[in-house]
Design a protein around this ligand. Structure first.
Ligand code: PEP
Ligand code: MG
Length: 754
C-alpha cells in the first residue's frame, strides 16, 4: 500500500497543472481502491462553492459544470466538517442531494474525505460503489493518508495551472502565502536560481526565434552524443561487448528519429526548445514506465537521463546570455548570501525563497540590504516562474501572480508611499534619538557585508551592535587566515570609528554551514553551534581573537561578543583564551588594554544565569532571534511553523523584561541585537524596559528613530505595563499598532492589499 501511495503522489507531483493533477488522482485512486467511482470536488476560492472538477465513473460532461453550495450535499458535509463521511446507503442520509445528470443514482456506498492544506479545506475526494457496503477501515485510512499527502501537491498544482493558463492567455489571479522576510513591496520580473537541469521543472514558454531554437536543440543533442561517444571510447577496452551495447542503446535513443522529430515539430508549433524537449521526454518516460516488461521499464531511466543531459546543455547555452532585467525578483528554493551577491544591486528589487522563514539568515541579510522578501512560499512552483511578472508583498509575506489591474495599481501606490516615507525619514539622519522628555536611546546597526557599512552610515547609525563575522567566512572557500581576518575587521572598525563596533566571534552551525567545514547533524539548531564549535577548536577561536585585537590597534573601538553561550564554564574558558591571545600579542609588541567583552543571551538557559554571566563580562546583548526560537521551540527556518514564531509572545516579553532588570541589578549595560529591535512598536517596549542600546538592520533604523522621537518615556512605560498583562501575541501586536497609529505613524502599519 505504501508503494501505491508513493507512486500516486509522485505521479500527481509531476503533473503540469491542476486539471492534469486531478485527472491522475481520480484515475489512480479508482484503480488502487478497486472501486467504481472516484471524483474530486474543489472549493472555489471566491464563492466557496464546491466545483465538480474531475471524475472516473460519473458523467465527465459535467466536469467544470456541476457544483454544490458550501455545505450542500454529502460533499458539502465533508467539507464543512473537515472529516470523512463513510456511508453504506448514501441516498438515505438527510444531507444527500441529488445532482441531476451526474449519474450517481447507481452508486450507493459513499466515502468522502476532505483535502486539507494549511488548515484550509481545498476540496473533497470521493469514492463510490454500486454495491451497498461500507468502505472498510483500511479504505478510509488509505484515502485519508493519500488526501493528506496530496493536499500540498494540489495546492502547488493550482498555482502551476494559473501559470500555464497565463501562457495561453486569460489566467486567474493567484496568491501564494509565505511569510514576511523583509518589509516592502516589489513589482518585477522573476529570475529563477536554477536548481540544476530537471525535465519536470521546465516552464512552458513560447519560442521567440524558431530557427534559433531548433538550432540550439540540435547543438545540445550533438553535444550529448559526443559526450557519450567519448565515454564509450575511453572505456573501450575495459568493457565487454554487452556493456558496450548499452552505449549503442543510448545513442540509438538519441538518433531515434521520432524523439528528435517530435521535439522539432513542437518547436515549430511555437514552443521554446527546453519546453518542447521536456514535454516529449516526459511523454516517452511515462510510456516506458507503464510497460510490463522490466527490461523495457528500465529504459525509462535511460530516456530520463538522456533528456536531462540535453536539457543541461540547452540551459547552459541560455544561461550565458542571462542578463538581469531592470526589476529583478530573485526566486529560489533556498536562497543564499552568494546567490544574492550575483545580481547587480541596482537591478535587485525583491527576493522569494521557497524554504526558510523570516528569521533565516538570508532574510536578515535582505532586511539589511532593504530588499523586500517573501520566505517560505512552499506552494510556489518556483521553477516555472522564470521571466514572469510577479508582485511580492514583504509586509504580509505574499506572492501575487496575474494580479487584477486594480490590485496592481494599489501595490504600486503602496510602493510609492514607501518611497515617499523613506525620503521623509532621511531628514532624521543626523538627529540624535531622544524621546520628547529627553531620554537618549542609542540606535546601532547589525552588519556583516561591506554594503551594510555604507547603508548604516547613511541611515545615521551610532555604532555596530552586532558584526556577524561568519559572513566573510561564508563567502570564501577556506578559513580566512589571521592576516586576512585582520584586514577585514580593520575595514569595519575604521569605517565606523570612533563609533563602537561589536564583533561577534564565529557563529557557525545551525543554518550557517561553511562549505569547507561541513557539519552534519539531525538537529543542527540544538547541536554544534557558535561558541561550542570555537571552544572545541581553540586554534580557530584564537586566530580570530588575535586578528580582532590587532585590527583594533590605534582605533580602540572594538567590543567582543560571544554567541550561543548556555553555561558559565563556556564564558570562563572563552575569557581564558581571550586573555591568552591578548598576553601573547602584548609580548609581540601590541599596545592596548583588552576591549569590552560581552555575552549574547540567546539560549533560554542564559536567562536564569544572566546575573552570574553579567558579573563576568562588560555587557550583555540579547539575541532575540534565537532566544525566541528556543523559548517557543519553533525552528526559525521552518515555514511550516513560521506562524508560531511570535517575536512578541508573552513569554518572550517577560524574558526580555527580566533580562533588562537583571543587568540593571548587576550594573552593566544591556543591548538587544535581534531583529525585534528593528520593529518600531517593539522598540517602544524595549525602551520602557530599560535597554541601553537597540541594534538593528540598517533599513529599520529610520523608522525606529521616528517612533522613539515621537513619544514620552512615561507613555512607553504605561504601554509596557499594559502589554505585560496580555496573554497572547496577537493582542500585543495589535496594541502596539494602535499605539503607533495614535502617535501619527499609521503609515508604519501594512495590512494586506489583496
Ligand atoms: C539572534 O539570534 O538574535 C542573533 C542576533 O544572532 P543570529 O540571528 O545571527 O543568530
Ligand atoms: Mg543567534
Amino acid at each position: 500500500m505504501l508503494e501505491t501511495l508513493r507512486h500516486i503522489v509522485q505521479e500527481v507531483n509531476a503533473a503540469g497543472g491542476l486539471n492534469q493533477a486531478l485527472g491522475i488522482t481520480v484515475q489512480r485512486v479508482r484503480e488502487a481502491m478497486n472501486t467504481q467511482v472516484c471524483s474530486v470536488y474543489m472549493r472555489d476560492q471566491g464563492t466557496g462553492r464546491l466545483m465538480f472538477r474531475a471524475t472516473e465513473g460519473l458523467n465527465p460532461d459535467l466536469v467544470g459544470v456541476a457544483s454544490l453550495e458550501a455545505g450542500e450535499g454529502l460533499v458539502g458535509l465533508v467539507a464543512a466538517r473537515g472529516e470523512p463521511v463513510n456511508l453504506e446507503e448514501a441516498e438515505t442520509h438527510p444531507s444527500f442531494r441529488f445532482l441531476p445528470g451526474i449519474g450517481e443514482e447507481h452508486f450507493h456506498a459513499f466515502l468522502g474525505v476532505p483535502i486539507i492544506h494549511q488548515r484550509e479545506v481545498l476540496g473533497v475526494l470521493v469514492v463510490q460503489q454500486a454495491e451497498s457496503r461500507r468502505f472498510d477501515e483500511s479504505d478510509e485510512a488509505f484515502l485519508v493518508t493519500l488526501s493528506a499527502q496530496l493536499a500540498g501537491v494540489i495546492a502547488h498544482a493550482q498555482v502551476t495551472g494559473v501559470l500555464e493558463a497565463e501562457v495561453l492567455g486569460g489566467a486567474e489571479p493567484a496568491k501564494v502565502v509565505g511569510v514576511p522576510g523583509a518589509q516592502g513591496i516589489a513589482i518585477g520580473t522573476a529570475v529563477v536560481v536554477s536548481p540544476g537541469a530537471d525535465l519536470y521543472s521546465v516552464p512552458p514558454k513560447k519560442g521567440e526565434d524558431r530557427r534559433a531554437e531548433v538550432r540550439a536543440f540540435r547543438e545540445a543533442l550533438d553535444a550529448v552524443r559526443r559526450d557519450i561517444q567519448l565515454v564509450s571510447d575511453k572505456l573501450g577496452g575495459e568493457l565487454s561487448p554487452e556493456d558496450h551495447a548499452l552505449f549503442d542503446v543510448y545513442l540509438g535513443i538519441l538518433d531515434d528519429s521520432t524523439i528528435g522529430a517530435e521535439v522539432v515539430s513542437l518547436i515549430k508549433a511555437g514552443h521554446w526548445a527546453q519546453g518542447a524537449l521536456s514535454q516529449v521526454m516526459i511523454e516517452h518516460i511515462r510510456h516506458f514506465e507503464r510497460m510490463e516488461h522490466s527490461y523495457l521499464k528500465e529504459r525509462a531511466v535511460d530516456v530520463k537521463d538522456l533528456g536531462t543531459r540535453v536539457l543541461a546543455y540547452l540551459q547552459a547555452a541560455s544561461q550565458e546570455e542571462r542578463l538581469y532585467p531592470e526589476n529583478t525578483i530573485l526566486v529560489g528554493e533556498e536562497l543564499t548570501a552568494t546567490s544574492l551577491g550575483e545580481v547587480p544591486r541596482d537591478k535587485l528589487v525583491g527576493l522569494i525563497s521557497v524554504m526558510g522563514s523570516g528569521s533565516s539568515h538570508v532574510a536578515i541579510l535582505a532586511r539589511a540590504m532593504g530588499v523586500p522578501t517573501v520566505m517560505g512560499a512552499v506552494d510556489l512552483p518556483y521553477t516555472r516562474l522564470q521571466d514572469r511578472d510577479v508582485i511580492i508583498d514583504g509586509y504580509n509575506g505574499t506572492v501575487h501572480l496575474n494580479p487584477l489591474p486594480e490590485i496592481k495599481q494599489r501595490f504600486q501606490e503602496v510602493l510609492d508611499e514607501d518611497t515617499a516615507l523613506s525620503r521623509d525619514l532621511e531628514a532624521l539622519r543626523d538627529e540624535p534619538c531622544v524621546t520628547l522628555d529627553g531620554q537618549r536611546v542609542p540606535l546601532w546597526v547589525n552588519t556583516g557585508l561591506m554594503v551594510d557599512v555604507a547603508r548604516s552610515l547613511e541611515q545615521g547609525a551610532e555604532g555596530v551592535g552586532l558584526y556577524r563575522t561568519e559572513i566573510p567566512f561564508l563567502l570564501r572557500d577556506r578559513f580566512p587566515s589571521e592576516e586576512e581576518q585582520r584586514q577585514i575587521y580593520r575595514e569595519q572598525l575604521e569605517a565606523f570609528a570612533p563609533r563602537p563596533v561589536t564583533m561577534r566571534t564565529l557563529d557557525i552551525g545551525g543554518d550557517k554551514a561553511l562549505p569547507y567545514f561541513p557539519i552534519h547533524e539531525d538537529n543542527p539548531f540544538l547541536g554544534w553551534r557558535g561558541i561550542r564549535v570555537t571552544l572545541d577548536h581553540p586554534e580557530i577561536f584564537l586566530a580570530q581573537i588575535r586578528a580582532m585585537l590587532k585590527a583594533n590597534e590605534g582605533l580602540w573601538n572594538l567590543r567582543i561578543m560571544l554567541p550561543m553561550v548556555s553555561n558559565i564554564p563556556e564564558i570562563d574558558e572563552a575569557l581564558d583564551l581571550i586573555h591568552r591571545a591578548h598576553r601573547e600579542l602584548l609580548q609581540e609588541g601590541l599596545q592596548g588594554r583588552l576591549p569590552p567583552i560581552g555575552v549574547m543571551v540567546e539560549v533560554p538557559a542564559a536567562i536564569g544565569q544572566a546575573r552570574a554571566m553579567a558579573r563576568r563580562v562588560d555587557f550583555l546583548s540579547v539575541g532575540s532571534n534565537d532566544l525566541t526560537q528556543y523559548l517557543l521551540a519553533v525552528d526559525r527556518n521552518n515555514p511550516q511553523v513560521a506562524a508560531l514564531y511570535h517575536s512578541l509572545h508573552p513569554s518572550v516579553v517577560q524574558a526580555l523584561d527580566y533580562l533588562a532588570s537583571a543587568s540593571r541589578d548587576e550594573d552593566i549595560p544591556i543591548g538587544i541585537c535581534g531583529e525585534l529591535a528593528g520593529d518600531p512598536g517593539a522598540a517602544v517596549l524595549l525602551l520602557a524596559m530599560g535597554y541601553d542600546v537597540l541594534s538593528m538592520n540598517a533599513t529599520s533604523l529610520p523608522k525606529v528613530k521616528k517612533a522613539l522621537l515621537n513619544l514620552h518615556l512615561e507613555e512607553a512605560r504605561e504601554l509596557l505595563q499594559e502589554v505585560k498583562g496580555m496573554e497572547n501575541s496577537d493582542q500585543i501586536s495589535a496594541r502596539l499598532d494602535r499605539f503607533l497609529a495614535d502617535h501619527g505613524m499609521e503609515n508604519f502599519i501594512h495590512n494586506p492589499v489583496a
